[in-house]
Design a protein around this ligand. Structure first.
Ligand SMILES: [Zn+2]
Length: 283
């Protein structure tokens, strides 16, 4: 049996837990080698109440939180070591070390290196909208898609890594807008503005999510709900993922204990559905 290996390339320390953490926890528990590469240091993030003192050394604080979270999920942590960019329009985007300012070819090379070293069958990254249009998320997509194809091409980046290696699957994290519509409804019911979601009030929920028919993989992680929660809680400076705390846990589990993905490669026929990112691999 081939060793199953998954590599996720995500933007910020907390994206691995607040995002597809349930998927990672489940696969790690099922014996998959789960590698999580985080592109930035999280230095441009805001801080939760009570963490104001962490402002100055935020990257350091978040590095520790990330280490704890990834170990709770059962994964191995890698970092691409870029500086966090801010959300659209944030002056942090102008910083020369900001991820969005990175030389694209060089950045792709960093992902190629990881792919050639770790030899994962499955790669996971953000989709082209970054979920909610965060420039760092979009940048991850921009570099990981070409890296996925370059890793197996001996003509590209010949100086990097032990040998060319072509992963089999490329998935983008994405969530259905049906789920988003339910949330928007609940927000309006509570008198909250769905265009100002999140601790930074900069996420317009009415613009996020994709049509269900565009989603291909549905990963149920109900059995790993608590692991994901625990990993999210490790990101205390970022609020620990408690934004939906007012929704009863039983309803959260029913609605949310499933990560959804667009399968970008290989291309899929219309109506394609799968429940396992390793469907047919390593068995
Ligand atoms: Zn993020």
């Amino acid at each position: 049996m081939t060793k199953r290996t998954l590599l996720a390339v995500l933007a910020h320390p907390d994206d691995e837990s607040f995002g597809p953490g349930g998927t990672f926890a489940r696969y790690a528990a099922e014996g998959v080698d789960v590698h999580i590469a985080i592109a930035t240091d999280g230095a441009a993030g805001s801080v939760a109440e009570g963490y104001e003192d962490a402002r100055e050394k935020l990257a350091e604080v978040r590095a520790k939180e990330l280490e704890t979270a990834v170990s709770i999920l059962g994964g191995t942590l890698h970092t691409l070591s870029y500086r966090d960019s801010g959300y659209i329009g944030d002056p942090a985007n102008e910083h020369p070390d900001a991820f969005v300012q990175a030389d694209e070819q060089e950045a792709i090379g960093r992902v190629v290196k990881l792919i050639r070293e770790l030899r994962p069958q499955v790669i996971v990254t953000h989709d082209e909208t970054g979920g909610y249009f965060h420039p760092d998320h979009i940048q991850c997509w921009k570099i990981t898609v070409p890296a996925f194809h370059a890793a197996g091409d001996p003509k590209q980046y010949p100086e990097i890594g032990p040998a060319p290696y072509q992963p089999q699957r490329l998935y983008f994290t994405a969530f259905p807008n049906t789920w988003v519509k339910v949330l928007i409804f609940l927000f309006r019911l509570r008198g909250q503005d769905p265009t100002k979601f999140g601790r930074n009030k900069d996420i317009d929920m009415t613009r996020v999510g994709v049509a269900r028919k565009k989603l291909h993989a549905f990963i149920n992680y109900r059995d790993y709900w608590d692991v994901k929660r625990e990993a999210s809680a490790a990101h205390a400076s970022q609020g620990g993922g408690g934004a939906l705390g007012w929704i009863p846990v039983s309803i959260q589990k029913r609605l949310l204990a499933r990560d959804t993905y667009i399968r970008a490669h290989p291309p899929t026929p219309e109506g394609f559905r799968e429940k396992d990112l390793f469907n047919g691999i390593g068995k």
